[in-house]
Every structure is written in structure tokens, then in C-alpha cells.
Design a protein around this ligand. Structure first.
Ligand code: SF4
Length: 472
């Protein structure tokens, strides 16, 4: 049996690519192993977005070569094979991003399998269409999963080369997405994290054509897709949502509790001048109007956003505007990045490069302003009872680590829970918040919330319900 090691780098979209490759490798009969020493060949799924990610990817390839020696490279950096081969000429093969077939061909060549003894005994689950679906290899914990609805992007943001690397937007039919979601929920996923490069634009390339899901037509459009997902009984979280008018139709579902009251909206800046140079629409005023309209429908809506500081041509006045916007917008979560050049991006040719020390100072100003906003939002949660999904165990006996509905995996805050020791990873509990800092909450778990998905479950843990604290 051929043994394959796998290193997965980059964003959730790359993680989904890794899951697909691993699922196919396993279906072909390859054994997936966890250490370089056990592997006959190592696949490295790279990120190639910003300079730092490129360096990390090249270092990961170097480590795999040192530790194992037989390495296949795929992913975003794989779109620039000359860069990889210049640094690491001994890699066996390089394929581009989302090229599952290319990776499989390279693995087969490096590691031919005479027989595939395990294909017939893979666990399967019904797909609702009379067929059978493999559970698939997941790189996230069992209780949450990324659901990628489209590849590529039709925008031309000047700092970004994703359209060049991943191509124009190519959406999946709604039925494909929904059957995958059904399978995930049936096999234990309690939180579906919907991702794409531009989730709001889902289906435009398909002209919103319909496909058949359990006997009814569903359009490839974010609103009907999310309405269907919301009926499955899992938490549904939306990432990379651009503030198109139709997004407003989803907010009532959040107010009704059918959809997590959470939106990740990458705004990137508040200054209309900088946004224009980024080739993105809007500015502080239009951002604020949109947020106000959404919050009028769902006051509990948590909004996460990302911003770039130090973009070419950015002035002190632009940064003042951004800081003022953050104070007014009161976003729940903010990620800020200092601008760095991406090879091949149009923004590299823009005048007005901002010196590194100025970028650092602006970054610090923005983060300081947001920290005050975030601390106030967090402090207001003390004393409330909130649902928390449990991701991990903590350091102390009975301690667990979870997230509220306002916190996405990996990028947002955590809840440090104390429990009576009966709470398990993957449980959703009600917890009373006892303390807060700018990012994390402390809480007592009160009880495990019954888990009753609306799809037939397969292979999930038995339902558990009961007390969860020592009564302190
Ligand atoms: S930053 Fe702009 S071009 Fe890049 S993926 Fe996002 S929307 Fe598309």
C-alpha cells in the first residue's frame, strides 16, 4: 500500500482543496500518514498570496524535502512552478491550485499501486439520490466543515492575483452544494461555514440556473441556497460576503435564528479614494448605511471584516477616516494587514508607496482603535447566556475551549469554558459569560443543548443532554 503524507497551508478555500485531494487519494487506496518518516511521498498544498505566504510555502517544501525527499507540490504557489523549481529543483512534480486530477496523476506516477484493496470497504452514506457518498476526508474537526460553493473570482481588485490564479468564478450547482451539506450534517457536522472568493456572487456565472434537490428545483443563487441550508438544523455561517443588495434578504433568517447572525464582509478600507485605487466600490458612508440597514433587521448581527493599511497612495487623512469609521461602525471582529506587494498584482505599479515604518505606525493606530471597540462589545456580553460550540479541551480539569455564534473557527475569539467534565468536543452548550477581554470570553457551561439536525444522521455520536457545570 502506498503511504502519502500531506501538508496543507493557506486559507479555508485551500483547505477544502486539500480535503478533496485526500478524499480521492484514500478512495484510490493510498494510506494517509501523519509523519514524514512514514510517508513514501509527501504532497505540499501551498499558498501563494502574499510574500510572507510564499516564503512559508517554500520553507514547507524545503522541510518536506529534508525530512522525506520525495515531494509533490500543488496549490496557489504551484501556479508559478518556475519559482518553486528555482528554489527546490528536486521536487517530483508541481501542479496548480484545485488541480485534484493533476495531484493524483503525480502521486500515481511517483507511487504506482498494483491493487486497490480498500476501495470496496470505504464507509459510505446515502446521498439522498439513491446513490452512495463517501464521508470524505476532513481536515477540520468533525463538528464543523467548510462548504465551498464556487471557485475563482470575477473581480479585478488591484492588490489581488486570485482571479489570475484561480480563474473566473465557477459556481457549483445548488443541488451539488446541498447534497454535500446533507452528507456533512448526516455525518456529524454541526456548523457549516460557507466560503467562496465572493460568496454573494454565487451562481452569477451559471445565470442562477436551477438544479434538482430532493425533488424540487433550487436556483444557484445565494438566497435560495442559504434558505435550504438553514433548514438542515446546523449552524450556517457565511464568509466572504460582499454587501450586494440581495444580502439583505438573508438578514431576516438571522433574526429568526435560522442562520447564524454573523457576516464576514471584507471591506478592505473606508476611504473612497483608497478603495477606488483598490478597484473596489463604496466608502465609509455607504458601508455605514449598509450596516445600519442590516442591524435594523437583526440587532444581534456580528460583523467581521478585514482591512489593508499602507496601500499605495494612502494618506494620513485616509487613515483618519478608517479609524473614525471603525469607531462608528463598531464591527465585532477586525483583521488588519499591512499592505505588501504580491508578484503580478496591478497595485505594484501604483505610485505613492508607503514606507514600512509608516505602515507599521498606521497598522498600530487602526488596531488600537478597534481594540477599544472590541473590548466594549465583549464587555457587554458579561452576564448573558449564549450558545457555545466546543472546539477543544482546555488546560485545566473540566476546562474546554469554544466559540459563540459571533466567532468563526480560527479567525475570531474563543470562549474559555469551565464545565463539570461531562462536556465533549463538538457539543453545543448554553454558557453564562462571566468575564471578557478584547478578544476572548470566560463562561460557565450550564447545559448541553440537544442536537437535532433535520437530516437523517449517520454515524454521529448518540445524542447527549444534561447538566454541564459543577454548580458553582
Ligand atoms: S480580493 Fe477582489 S479580486 Fe481578489 S478574490 Fe477577493 S474579490 Fe476577487
Amino acid at each position: 500500500m502506498g503511504r502519502v503524507g500531506f501538508v496543507s497551508l493557506g486559507c479555508p478555500k485551500a483547505l477544502v482543496d486539500s480535503e478533496r485531494i485526500l478524499t480521492e487519494l484514500r478512495a484510490e487506496g493510498y494510506d494517509l500518514v501523519r509523519t514524514y518518516g512514514e510517508a513514501d511521498v509527501v504532497v505540499v498544498n501551498t499558498c501563494g498570496f502574499i510574500t510572507q505566504a510564499v516564503e512559508e510555502s517554500l520553507a514547507a517544501i524545503g522541510e518536506a524535502l529534508d525530512q522525506n525527499g520525495r515531494v509533490i507540490v500543488t496549490g496557489c504557489l504551484g501556479e508559478r512552478p518556475e519559482e518553486i523549481m528555482a528554489r527546490h529543483p528536486s521536487v517530483l512534480a508541481v501542479t496548480g491550485q484545485a488541480d485534484v486530477a493533476g495531484v493524483l496523476a503525480a502521486v500515481r506516477e511517483a507511487l504506482p499501486l498494483d491493487a486497490r484493496p480498500f476501495v470496496g470497504v470505504l464507509p459510505v452514506v446515502g446521498d439522498g439520490r439513491g446513490g452512495a457518498l463517501d464521508r470524505g476526508v476532513k481536515l477540520t474537526p468533525r463538528h464543523y466543515s467548510y462548504l465551498k460553493v464556487a471557485e475563482g473570482c470575477d473581480h479585478t481588485c488591484s492588490f489581488c492575483i486570485i482571479p489570475h490564479m484561480r480563474g473566473r468564478q465557477a459556481s457549483r450547482d445548488a443541488a451539488d452544494v446541498l447534497y454535500e451539506a446533507t452528507r456533512l450534517v448526516a455525518t456529524g457536522t454541526k456548523e457549516l461555514v460557507v466560503i467562496a472568493q465572493d460568496t454573494s456572487a454565487y451562481g452569477t456565472d451559471l445565470r442562477h440556473r436551477t438544479s434538482d434537490f430532493q425533488g424540487r428545483p433550487v436556483a444557484a443563487h445565494l438566497v435560495p441556497l442559504v434558505r435550504e441550508l438553514a433548514e438542515m438544523g446546523a449552524w450556517v455561517r457565511l464568509h466572504y460576503v460582499y454587501p450586494y443588495p440581495h444580502v439583505r434578504e438573508l438578514i431576516p433568517l438571522m433574526a429568526e435564528g435560522k442562520l447564524l447572525p454573523y457576516l464576514d464582509v471584507p471591506l478592505q478600507h473606508a476611504s473612497p479614494t483608497v478603495l477606488r485605487a483598490m478597484r473596489r466600490p463604496g466608502g465609509a458612508e455607504s458601508h455605514l448605511r449598509t450596516l445600519q440597514a442590516w442591524r435594523a433587521i437583526c440587532p444581534d448581527l456580528a460583523i467581521r471584516s478585514t482591512f489593508i493599511v499602507g496601500f499605495p497612495g494612502e494618506t494620513e487623512a485616509d487613515v483618519d477616516l478608517l479609524v473614525e469609521f471603525l469607531r462608528e461602525a463598531k464591527l465585532d471582529r477586525v483583521g488588519a494587514f499591512s499592505y505588501s506587494e504580491v508578484p503580478g498584482a496591478a497595485a505594484n505599479a501604483l505610485p505613492g508607496a508607503v514606507p514600512e515604518d509608516v505602515k507599521r505606525e498606521r497598522y498600530a493606530r487602526v488596531m488600537e482603535a478597534q481594540q477599544a471597540v472590541s473590548a466594549a462589545i465583549q464587555a457587554a456580553k458579561v452576564g448573558r447566556t449564549l450558545p457555545v460550540i466546543v472546539d477543544d479541551v482546555g488546560d485545566l480539569p473540566g476546562a474546554m475551549i469554544g466559540r459563540t455564534r459571533a466567532d468563526a473557527p480560527d479567525v475570531d475569539g474563543r470562549v474559555l469554558l469551565d464545565t463539570d467534565g461531562t462536556v465533549a468536543i463538538g457539543d453545543i452548550v448554553e454558557a453564562r459569560v462571566t468575564a471578557a477581554d478584547a478578544y476572548d470570553l470566560h463562561a460557565h457551561a450550564l447545559r448541553v443543548v440537544p442536537w437535532r439536525p433535520a437530516v437523517p444522521t449517520w454515524g454521529t455520536a448518540p445524542h447527549r443532554e444534561g447538566p454541564a457545570t459543577s454548580g458553582r
